[in-house]
Write a protein that binds this ligand. Structure first.
Ligand code: AQP
Length: 334
């Protein structure tokens, strides 16, 4: 069976962007067709400063989020990255395969490092190399992600190809990004040109998976829009990024296409559309947040689930790393 791998950073609370762009897709891919492996990528999170206590709490809360959204830790392998040391070990090998120029071209690096690149962490620069290790350690072929991760996945392919060429092997597979659904790029509620993000300083820019019903409704009501009604066709949303974003969110939550949403709501003003969207969002998200809160009452159980997940992950990662070391020529690898 083909293998799916993906991860989410415990760098803050989960957002609606993470849910629609990634987690909802993870749940949909869980089934007999794929072996599914999902990871809290704490090593990625610390590429920018994380308060230690917050990192611990966010990692457990993210695990609760996975389970509450529908990931079954028996069926999928669900674990925390730093508990499987092979990720960091393979990343080092890939740091020696990848080229500086490849990393320099990454838009996430440019965005997150900002103007003062000299002051960004070395880890932030090497982020895509660790991500390649995450994926290739499991020989995963399918990687569900939001649109923003497409470039990193292309780099994962480049690393796999270069490793195979350099060492004359056919060891690492070429991975396929799975970027599907109506909301592969959920935008900020305050600015339709910026993606919704955990680390945006404005809490009004995002919907958090832990927001209560009133907060969700308030954020949607206050979301930036334009004064025009919803158009008759999707083309009418070109150059209206905020309107397009709300339609996409509606579609993804309702499991419809944006075309279907437009067909149902054509001609509506946002004063009418926004309350429908808020009701839909609350109906879909509050069962998840209620379940997250319940799971968070028992952190010891979450830690047990993560420990068991790490054990299962290592059944795959240990032999792959050993074989990699052997290919590279490291003494003691066999
Ligand atoms: N706005 C988004 N729309 C669609 N998908 C999104 N993802 C993130 N934001 C959106 C997808 O969620 C997965 C996990 O993302 P991540 O936590 O690893 O990192 P990120 O992309 O950097 O997410 P954030 O929320 O913006 O975190 P910070 O602020 O810490 O950088 C990925 O599949 C991503 O595509």
């Amino acid at each position: 069976t083909p293998r799916v791998f993906s991860g989410i950073q415990p760098s803050g609370g989960l957002t609606l962007g993470n849910y629609l762009g990634a987690m909802k897709r993870f749940v949909e891919m869980q089934g007999p067709e794929f072996e599914t492996i999902y990871c809290m990528v704490d090593l990625h999170a610390i590429t920018v400063w994380q308060d230690p206590a917050a990192l611990t709490r966010n990692t457990r809360e993210l695990c609760a989020g996975f389970i509450a959204a529908g990931i079954d830790p028996e069926q999928s392998i669900l674990f925390n990255q730093s508990q499987v040391p092979e990720h960091a070990q393979l990343a080092w090998i890939f740091n020696c395969v990848a080229r500086m120029g490849w990393m320099q071209r990454m838009t996430q690096w440019k965005d997150k490092a900002g103007k003062n690149q000299q002051n960004a962490s070395l880890g932030l620069f090497a982020y895509p190399s660790l991500m390649a290790a995450d994926i290739l350690l499991y020989h995963a072929t399918h990687v569900p992600v939001g649109e923003d991760q497409k470039q990193h996945l292309e780099l994962t392919r480049d690393i796999a190809i270069k490793f195979n060429n350099d060492y004359g092997v056919d060891f690492f597979p070429v991975t396929e990004p799975v970027i599907e659904g109506a909301a592969t790029r959920v935008m900020s509620l305050r600015d339709g040109t910026k993606k919704m993000s955990k680390s945006d300083p404005s809490d009004m820019s995002r919907i958090n998976m832990t927001d209560d019903a009133d907060t969700i409704a308030l954020k949607i009501r206050k979301a930036r829009t334009d004064p025009d009604p919803l158009p008759e066709t999707l083309e009418g949303l070109e150059d209206r990024p905020e309107a397009r974003n709300l339609v996409n969110i509606y579609a993804a939550l309702a499991d419809l296409t944006p075309e279907q949403v437009i067909a149902e709501h054509a001609g509506q003003m946002f004063g009418t559309f926004k309350p429908s969207l808020a009701d839909l969002a609350v109906a879909k998200l509050s069962p998840i947040s209620t379940e997250m809160a319940r799971l968070m009452d028992d952190p010891a159980e979450i830690d047990r689930i993560l420990a068991r997940g790490a054990e299962r992950a290592r059944e795959i990662s240990v032999p792959v790393l050993r074989r990699t070391y052997e290919i590279v020529g490291m003494v003691g690898a066999v």
